[in-house]
Write a protein that binds this ligand. Structure first.
Ligand code: AMP
Ligand code: MG
Length: 400
């Protein structure tokens, strides 16, 4: 019996528990991870009132009448750069030359932009009146001491990392990333650097899956290629299961003589969650549990891997990580070109989505062909029994 995709996915996700382990890492390794602590401000930011521009710090009372025709002359008593605090006070009739980021000196209540002066060094002519508080960044205007800046569960974006750095913190507690094993099967598969021999092809599924896992925020555990030897594949799964949260295999799930994964699950005593889903490609997708570790076994066809990685592996990682960003994104689109095949089973077709329109990617669209996926960014989801599609038809697409 073939399951509907949604049924199969639910069966799988029901077996997957969110990772609760935490680790403390350098903020430079924390980008994209899920925060496992609240982050509270230990001081005001900025920690002192400062100048947002290059100019002159002075007393607004001294320049009340200033304009271009009636400049006010003030004595420049000091110069202050960002990073320093001069030991001087603005008294009536004086100003302090100040640069962006420098602390507002005592006695000053505003900063005149240098373009509104004659740039004087000893004395300065001010061409513009300001009121108290103008051009001053208040202490704590970004955030006040004891403000909760970030909360448990937040995703650490580059800006979040910047905020944590701005309070002088260089380590942070995050959820551990999912550890995902990838294993390919197939005697025909070559590693990079090996010479192409008759009947052989290079393994493209492993690197493709590795890149997916990187994109989806998982930690990769590389088990390599087991060949078509079920004992070997079982031994590799046994070895890696203890250290991982999810095992992804490719190849050997159909009904051919070398479709070894059925034997592998039997050798391992793994519980089968499902086998065969009413989708094309990826119909023979198999999933199970081996000693608490979920195993997703994808068909080896490269386009099958593209599709079922999106449909099964990505949601599994999202569940493990408790990270909503990885949830599947479906969009409505209007067909821009045509797709001729009639679809008995629900079918996913490589396509390019842009601004509400979807175009089937040029070139051969078969389960074994990968090159025409390179310029695709979505999969058109064609329900069972539908098609052919013509320009103008409304479709649903899954973004990749
Ligand atoms: P299988 O699912 O093992 O029957 O493989 C289906 C097709 O995908 C065959 O043509 C395999 O040679 C090909 N294939 C399987 N695994 C890989 C892989 N890791 N990289 C590239 N092609 C593969
Ligand atoms: Mg095979």
């Amino acid at each position: 019996m073939k399951l509907a995709y949604e049924e199969a996915l639910e069966l799988l996700l029901n077996k997957i528990k969110k990772i609760e382990d935490t680790e403390t890492v350098s903020i430079l390794e924390a980008g994209g991870k899920v925060l496992a602590q609240d982050v509270t401000a230990p001081f005001d930011q900025p920690p002192f009132p400062r100048s947002p521009l290059d100019g002159y710090a002075l007393r607004s009372a001294d320049i009340k009448e200033a304009d271009k025709e009636h400049p006010v002359r003030l004595k420049v008593i000091a110069e202050e750069m960002a990073g320093y605090q001069v030991d001087a006070r603005v008294e009536p009739g004086t100003a302090i030359r100040i640069m962006t980021g420098a602390p507002i000196p005592p006695g000053a209540d505003c900063v005149v932009l240098q373009e509104d002066t004659d740039y004087g060094e000893e004395e300065v002519e001010i061409y513009k009146a300001l009121s108290a508080g103008q051009n001053i960044c208040e202490q704590g205007e970004d955030f006040k001491k004891d403000t909760v800046l970030l909360r448990t569960g937040d995703i650490l974006t580059p800006a979040c990392i910047g905020v944590i750095a701005s309070i002088g913190q260089s380590f942070v507690k995050v959820l551990r990333r999912p550890r995902v094993v990838i294993l390919s099967t197939g005697d025909e598969l070559l590693k990079p650097g090996e010479a192409l021999r008759p009947g052989a092809i290079y393994d493209s599924n492993l690197p493709l899956m590795q890149m997916n896992l990187l994109k989806w925020g998982a930690e990769i555990m590389y088990a390599g290629n087991s060949g078509d030897d079920p004992e070997n594949a079982a031994a590799l799964i046994r070895e890696y299961a203890k250290k991982s949260d999810l095992i992804v295999t490719t190849g050997g799930v159909s009904v051919g003589k070398k479709d070894i994964m059925h034997d592998v699950y039997e050798i391992l005593g793994a519980e089968r969650i499902f086998w065969r889903v009413s989708i094309k490609p990826g119909m023979p997708t198999l999933a199970g549990i081996y000693e608490d570790t979920p195993v997703v076994s994808l068909s080896g066809n490269p386009f099958g891997v593209v599709v079922t990685a999106e449909l099964f592996v990505k949601p599994a990682i999202s569940r493990l990580a408790g990270d909503k960003r990885m949830e599947l994104t479906w969009c409505d689109a209007i067909m821009e070109n045509e797709f001729n095949k009639i679809t008995k089973a629900r079918r996913f077709v490589r396509a390019r989505y842009d601004n509400g329109k979807a175009a089937v990617t040029d070139g051969l669209s078969k389960n074994g062909t990968l090159s025409t996926v390179c310029h695709s960014n979505c999969l058109i989801d064609i329900p069972a029994g539908n098609g052919p599609l013509k320009p103008g038809d409304a479709v649903k697409v899954l973004m990749m």
